[in-house]
Design a protein around this ligand. Structure first.
Ligand SMILES: CC(=O)[C@@H](O)[C@H](O)COP(=O)(O)O
Ligand SMILES: NCC(=O)COP(=O)(O)O
Length: 248
């Protein structure tokens, strides 16, 4: 199978986490996004959480005005967020599950358990020109449900795999990776565009970059962390190099 180009979306949420920790005006996530563009990011991802713990409304406004590459706007499937998305009309809207008490996005969206509501939720976003994606696990039921609610894109949650690798649980990691790969193939066979992300690092990106069915990777926390040591530009360029090397 000839491999289509693989896009890198850089998630700048955790620049805002650092800014908010001190209640200062810096570091500025928009500056990080522009730098990421220069370093070769094909898109910028920002998650406006309901509790505004990192990205704020004003950041979305400023990103929409400043970016030359597409914005992938991550949000919960709530009426408040839908109104914000319809006001800004970003290139992409990725629906994610949110729990106030979680430290990070723990699992995928339960699309299969909420098809009626999600179909109604997605329709006006699609009509407004936003490419809607669903952040889900590899369960085939969830993948089929994505088709049912007319989402053109899914983003597979790679967090569990990355955690297993970090814990040194090689056998469990291999099983999780195989399930993600089979999920990617199944989704592509149904006509969905497949993205992947969460927790990806230099150590875990390659098998996803090598998978022909995957068209975009969204990577944030690791890149912002690595920027402390390498700088943001070299961290993004190294990620890009590893992705290109694995894609072949
Ligand atoms: C949905 C997702 O995975 C991203 O939004 C990213 O991980 C942001 O970080 P938090 O989960 O810490 O908000
Ligand atoms: N949707 C996943 C994402 O945007 C990046 O997640 P992370 O790399 O910050 O964990």
């Amino acid at each position: 199978m000839t491999k289509a180009p693989l896009r890198l979306g850089v998630n700048i949420d955790h620049v805002a986490t650092l800014r908010n920790a001190r209640g200062s005006a810096y570091p500025d996530p928009v500056r990080a996004a522009l730098l990421a563009e220069e370093a070769g990011a094909d898109g910028i991802t920002a998650h406006l959480r309901e509790d505004r713990r990192h990205i704020r409304d004003a950041d979305i406004e400023a990103l929409m005005a400043a970016l030359r590459v597409p914005l992938n706007f991550e949000m919960a499937a709530t009426a408040e967020m839908q109104a914000i998305a319809l006001r800004h009309r970003p290139h992409a809207v990725c629906l994610v599950p949110e729990k106030r008490e979680e430290r990070t996005t723990e699992g995928g969206l339960d699309v299969a358990g909420d098809t009626g509501r999600l179909a109604d939720f997605i329709a006006p976003l699609s009509e407004a020109g936003c490419r809607v994606s669903l952040f889900i696990g590899h369960d085939p039921r969830q993948i089929e449900a994505a088709v049912q609610v007319r989402a053109p894109v899914i983003e597979l949650h790679t967090g569990a795999y990355c955690d297993l690798v970090a814990e040194g649980r090689a056998e469990d990691a291999a099983l999780e990776l195989a399930a993600l790969m089979s999920g990617a193939r199944f989704a592509a066979s149904l006509g969905l565009e497949v993205h992947a992300g969460h927790g990806l690092s230099f150590a875990t990106v390659s098998p996803f970059a090598a998978t022909a069915e995957i068209r975009e990777l969204n990577i944030g926390h690791f890149l912002i962390s690595e920027a402390v040591f390498l700088g943001l530009d070299p961290a993004i360029r190294e990620m890009r190099r590893l992705m290109d090397a694995a894609r072949g």
